[in-house]
Design a protein around this ligand. Structure first.
Ligand code: ATP
Ligand code: MG
Length: 355
């Protein structure tokens, strides 16, 4: 029976509340489909930072390297600056393990009302591929002349040919394997060096994937279309910053940030990938027992898929769809009154009754 060694980082806030229910559903999936998980919990978090001055131990990346995959809740705590949790944990993991694809499904699940008007069931179903290793989130830049009237700040965007090409090849391949349409997010009218480079590489690769129909949109127009006509998209590829913004918008149009998942993928599989919900630690509701566990569960389904357990992944998604579509059990962010624990019970019950 295959066993998968998974590093679990519940993190902070609701991360610690939604990870265990997702683990229990994944264990049930393993039992049913003939595999198991060997979970190793790591307490790296803002609380760990408060104790040690670091988000993870100095040899944390070496520790993680030994695992098949990483299952993350959320990190962040009021008072700890975002750049500490981001640059002290998430970004080093994403870069060291060459998780250059951040894959985020934007799918309207059964029983969920989109805040958009008149969206039919199945009317929103696409994937955003966010470049996850370079682009606008770079350390290159600085500030000068602080406190004078000459004060200035510079932030450089870095695109490498290899970095852009690999994320685009992944996106073309993904589009070829499903609906056959790939849209690229650009802004080459305003950003005149990096975005034209991005566009050129997109156009150079397109002929190699003749079966994929391509389109290019300026990011501003694209954001509008996510709202006005989300049904037109199949796969969207975007830079780090554009993808970040688009996927929060994507999470909003599928009903709640509490259900949206995210996979930081190392497509070559020579390092672990990392699976996490789109949402953060939600300090405003942490400790109330009302956090929606579905984003974490969906992230777990993406991990199953990446591990090759396609049937188990599909069963978990079917279970989520049934709980949302056929029972009234849902957390307050989706208009319900259920607790995290009640949603977990319902997920396990429905999963056990699947054909
Ligand atoms: P972080 O800095 O960790 O990203 P944040 O406060 O910026 O935290 P989120 O944690 O994503 O961002 O929270 C945004 C809003 O969405 C909050 O009001 C939060 O309560 C709500 N929210 C986020 N995740 C969930 C969830 N799983 N269930 C219910 N509500 C959620
Ligand atoms: Mg946040």
């Amino acid at each position: 029976m295959p066993s998968h060694r998974i590093a679990v980082i519940p993190g902070d806030g609701i991360g610690t509340e939604v990870v265990p229910p997702a683990q229990r559903l994944l264990d049930a999936a393993g039992e049913r489909y003939g595999f198991s998980f060997e979970w190793t919990e790591l307490d790296w978090s803002c609380e760990y930072y408060a104790r040690t001055g670091r988000m993870m131990p100095a040899d944390g990346l070496e520790t993680l390297r030994e695992f098949d995959q990483i299952f993350l809740g959320a990190v962040g705590y009021p008072g700890v600056p975002d750049h500490v949790s981001l640059w002290g944990l998430l970004i080093p993991i994403r870069r060291t393990f060459r998780q250059y694809v951040n894959l985020r499904p934007v799918t309207l699940l059964p029983g969920i009302d989109s805040p958009l008007r008149d969206v039919p069931a199945g009317g929103i179903d696409f994937l955003v591929v966010r470049e996850n290793n370079e682009g606008e989130y770079s350390e290159v830049g600085g500030r000068l002349y602080r406190g004078t009237d000459q004060e200035l700040a510079v932030q450089e965007t870095l695109f490498t040919r290899a970095g852009v090409e690999r994320v685009m090849r992944y996106s073309f391949g993904l589009a070829a394997s499903r609906g056959g349409r790939l849209a690229s997010a650009t802004k080459s009218n305003g950003i005149i060096h990096t975005m034209p480079f991005w566009d050129e590489i997109f156009r150079e690769l397109a002929p190699e994937y003749a079966e994929v129909e391509t389109s290019e949109y300026h990011i501003d127009a694209l954001a509008g279309l996510f709202v006005l006509d989300p049904g037109r998209f199949d796969v969207v590829v975007a830079s780090n910053l554009f993808g970040d913004i688009l996927t929060d918008l994507g999470a909003a149009i599928i009903g709640s940030i509490g259900i949206a998942p995210s996979a930081n993928l190392n497509p070559e599989r020579d390092h672990p990938s990392m699976f996490e919900p789109v949402h953060g630690s939600a300090p405003d509701i942490a400790g109330t027992g009302r956090a929606n566990p579905l984003g974490q569960v969906w992230a777990g389904a993406m991990m199953l898929e990446h591990l090759g357990h396609t049937d188990a992944a599909r069963a978990v998604l079917t279970t989520m769809g049934k709980v949302l579509g056929e029972t009234g059990v849902r957390t307050p962010d989706l208009g319900g009154t259920a607790s995290t624990a009640e949603v977990e019970q319902e997920l396990l019950r429905v999963f056990a009754t699947l054909e």
